[in-house]
Design a protein around this ligand. Structure first.
Ligand code: IMP
Length: 430
């Protein structure tokens, strides 16, 4: 038995979905603990592609229990639609294999309206959010006025909370943002109906995990987004509104830190980012185009083109430290096939000074210039390679150099989107 957390070490989209799916084989329960349907996890199993936003990636294995913890913000409408989508793809889903914490805060329609209104008002300074209402929903959670999934099971409580929230948010929408407001009866009726659909899934996730662990079962915690989007440790304010780092798994699901055995850091062999904010190794040349094209770098949630750049060891070192990464899963190595020379950012310079650790201030990061080290690339295809020793020598050297620079070993190497296109060098559950 082992309990493992999987987190992204860059700006999200590192390929967590695939690795979670792969390692789910060794787990009994898979838990989402933060974020919401801003995430997009793509998995390919036997040629079928599944794109999931909210439901844990473990759902594609019918014998596993999936849980959504209290740290997530849940859009009930999207949740029900995703269940329907997954059922259509042949996945059996019911309240016995998908559990939802009653403590999970809900994304309400006014949160989405506020998200859009704020971004519009910010103009050029916008964050580039996914527009799913994530930020405003998390704000209500810490403001202690959030409406939680369990509230739907108590009509009077739900109505009172909704009335209070609407009186506050409608005022802001109308008077501050000059945006349309929401009608109490209409939102109430929609949500009470959704409450009936959600009811079979609602329960106590903390208790479920405790019982599972006491019964000797293994739990996998599936992170969303990445370390550089963490509300504290990322490129604030160009971040998401949740804690994306490993510590968040405990808070967002109701388990203690002493139960965790291993943290997998998902590391893409290069770097990408969606939305605004500093990105020192960003490329706007033909190499950037190669990465975007070969890596299919378009957002699974919004379809937006991702910004692409060279591997940044300062970013991943920062992630290794803030997450306590035990081993990395290196993904999308094959996307580098055919590049004559590879560059790795080992540090930054700014005003003549060398910077080896992530600056706290995004404005400082914006003015940092990468220090690059060059390595020879390879012309051979690594697509689907499952044996490190069979990789081109230059690819082996690249991986070994990344390990040195970030301070952890590659536990898993992924060379394509399919489950089978992977080599596990160290099994985190072993
Ligand atoms: P929000 O999470 O929708 O508020 O967006 C805040 C920032 O996080 C924006 O830059 C988004 O593009 C980014 N973001 C949110 N979710 C993801 C994700 O799953 N992958 C990559 N970027 C994301």
């Amino acid at each position: 038995m082992a309990n493992v957390i999987i987190v992204g070490t860059q700006w999200g989209d590192e390929g967590k979905g695939k690795i979670v799916d792969l390692l789910t084989e060794y787990a009994d329960v898979v838990v989402r603990f933060q974020g919401g349907n801003n995430a997009g996890h793509t998995l390919v199993v036997d040629g079928t592609t599944y794109i999931l936003h909210l439901i844990p990636s473990g759902i594609v294995r019918p014998d596993k229990i999936c849980a959504i913890g209290n740290g997530v913000v849940l859009d009930p409408q999207s949740f029900m639609e995703e269940i329907e989508y997954a059922k259509k793809l042949g996945l059996p889903i019911s309240g016995s294999n998908l559990r939802l914490s009653s403590l999970t805060n809900m994304i309400m329609p006014y949160h989405k309206a506020l998200d859009h209104a704020r971004e519009a008002r910010k103009g050029k300074a916008k964050i580039g959010t996914t527009g799913r209402g994530i930020g405003p929903a998390y704000e209500d959670r810490v403001a202690r006025r959030g409406i939680r999934v369990g509230d739907l099971l108590n009509r009077e409580l739900f109505e009172n909370k909704l009335r209070d929230n609407l009186s506050y948010h409608n005022f802001m929408l109308e008077n501050y943002y000059s945006a349309p407001t929401f009608n109490f009866e209409s939102v109430r009726d929609d949500f009470l109906k959704l409450g009936e659909a959600l009811a079979p899934y609602i329960g106590d996730v903390s208790l479920l995990l405790d019982e599972a662990m006491k019964a000797g079962k293994s739990v996998l915690y599936e992170g969303a987004q990445g370390t550089m989007l963490d509300v504290d440790h990322g490129t604030y304010p160009f971040v998401t509104s949740s804690s994306t780092i490993a510590g968040s798994a405990c808070i967002g699901s109701g388990v203690g830190p002493t139960t965790i055995d291993y943290v997998v850091g998902i590391v893409k062999a290069y770097t990408t980012r969606v939305g605004s904010g500093p990105f020192p190794t960003e490329l706007s040349d033909s190499v950037g185009e190669h990465l975007a094209k070969q890596g299919h770098e378009f957002g699974a949630t919004t379809g937006r083109a991702r910004r692409c750049g060279w591997f940044d060891a300062v970013v991943v070192r920062h992630a290794v430290r803030t997450n306590g990464v035990s081993g990395m899963a290196l993904t999308k190595l094959d996307v580098l096939d055919g590049l004559e020379t590879l560059k790795i950012c080992t540090a930054y310079t700014r005003n003549g000074k060398t910077i080896e650790n992530m600056p706290a201030d995004a404005a400082i990061l914006e003015s940092c210039v990468p220090v690059y080290e060059e390595m020879p690339g390879w012309t051979e295809s690594t697509v689907g390679a499952t044996d490190f020793t069979q990789l081109p020598k230059a690819a082996q050297n690249y991986i070994r150099r990344l390990e040195e620079l970030v301070g952890v070993k590659a536990a898993i190497i992924s060379t394509g989107p399919d489950r089978v296109q992977t080599e596990i060098l160290e099994n985190p559950f072993a």
